[in-house]
Design a protein around this ligand. Structure first.
Ligand code: GMT
Length: 374
């Protein structure tokens, strides 16, 4: 197949999934064309069968706001026509699904370009609900030829929030379990926790929905009982508030802010427990990456997290904001080696058996064929 993929190219789960999907499809012999304003950050090396098309947006004194959505639609038309695309798969509804709709209409006479929209999270649960976007999101979902969501939760939310009539296929996030695996490389642990402290870890884009301050408050309780450190990977709007909280709680020497990192697998391999106490999480790709490295996960009970984390089996789940309970769960796991080892094995097994790319990529391929044959 000749497949166009549009996604946000910067850090973020939807861009990761879109790029890794494109790479896997290319490996399977499909021709993949990425269309975005910058090279997706996971496309750092040449990959056979992958071409990147950059969208440029002109500035003009009249245009107070950049007209990316329109430039993207024009580029989609150009690529679809000249590269003879069979379908265009857009990730994150806003504004990609609207640009794709426009491109489809522009091509109407020339070809029937099929549009598939994958819903990832805040495009449905947060941003899309704003009155300035809601009618457009509903319209562009209904006008897509196919729609997928990354969890059953997100599918249900889309149906109830937008009264969408379009059938939605659930295709969960995936990982490469060969890359994300226990690798026996504890170098990071050796210098971050030189006295044998336990290592709790959290990775995110530090937006308020991630409740990183809860992560710090959970850790505050854990370190009172168990010698431990907290490693925070990533960056974003809430980081300064988190640093301020650490100063207030006197935890600066035990909480390591690493910022954005490439070597996540090695950091996860040097950690014991992954914390994700989010306010909203349609899937939780970061938690899946940790599970694949053999880390039990302690999460809030929101969104798609219970579809990933099995309570009392691969980790623990608690109500949003129940810091005491999450801390209790962490302490229980860190003081019961038998249980910890079992949960760590269960977490890895679940990641491999249910969410490895070998299980999920064929679901996308089958879905593409179904939409193309409609
Ligand atoms: O919705 C977002 O916050 C953006 C998006 C992203 O690009 O990072 O994250 C969402 O998509 C990921 C990949 O499908 C999911 O694993 C995340 O759970 C989801 N984030 C939220 O729902 C907050």
């Amino acid at each position: 197949m000749k497949i166009g993929i549009t996604c946000y190219p910067t850090y973020g789960g939807s861009g990761v999934i879109a790029t890794e999907l494109g790479k896997e499809l290319a490996l399977r012999g499909h021709e993949v064309h990425f269309i975005s304003y910058a090279l997706p950050f996971r496309l750092s090396h040449y990959v056979k069968n992958i071409v990147f098309h950059e969208v440029e947006t002109s500035s003009y004194p009249l245009f107070e706001f950049p007209l990316y959505t329109l430039s993207l639609a024009s580029k989609m038309v150009e690529v679809a026509e000249f590269e003879k695309l069979d379908l265009l798969h857009v990730h994150y509804a806003i504004p990609h699904a609207a640009s794709a709709y426009l491109a489809k209409q522009m091509l109407n006479e020339k070809k029937d370009l099929k549009i598939i929209t994958t819903l990832h999270g805040t495009d449905i649960t947060l941003v899309g609900l704003e009155p300035s976007f809601l009618p457009l999101v509903k319209f562009s979902i209904d006008q897509s030829d196919g729609v997928t969501a990354v969890s059953r939760f997100l599918k249900e939310k889309t149906i109830t929030n937008y009264l969408c009539e379009k059938p939605i296929e659930v295709i969960p996030n995936f990982i490469d379990a060969n890359t994300y695996r226990p690798n026996g490389k504890p170098e990071f642990r050796r210098h971050a926790a030189p006295n044998g402290e336990k290592v709790l870890v959290h990775t995110s884009n530090f937006r308020v929905v991630k409740r990183v301050t809860d992560t710090i408050r959970i850790f505050e309780k854990v370190q009172q009982e168990i010698p431990s450190i907290l490693v925070l990977v990533g960056d974003g709007p809430d980081r300064s508030e988190c640093e301020r909280l650490c100063r207030q709680l006197g935890l600066c020497d035990k909480v390591k802010f690493l910022g954005k990192q490439e070597g996540l697998v090695d950091i996860l391999n040097s950690s014991d427990i992954f914390l994700i106490p989010s306010q909203s999480e349609s899937f939780g790709l970061a938690a899946l990456e940790a599970m694949a490295c053999g880390l039990p996960v302690i999460s809030s009970s929101v969104g798609g997290l219970p579809e990933l984390v099995r309570h009392n089996e691969t980790g623990y789940i608690a109500e949003i904001g129940d810091i005491d309970r999450m801390a209790k769960y962490a302490i229980e796991l860190l003081t019961n080696k038998k249980k910890y080892d079992l949960f760590a094995k269960n977490a890895r097994d679940r990641a491999v058996n249910v969410f490895d790319k070998s299980k999920i990529i064929p679901l996308y391929e089958d879905y593409y064929k179904k939409i193309l044959n409609k």
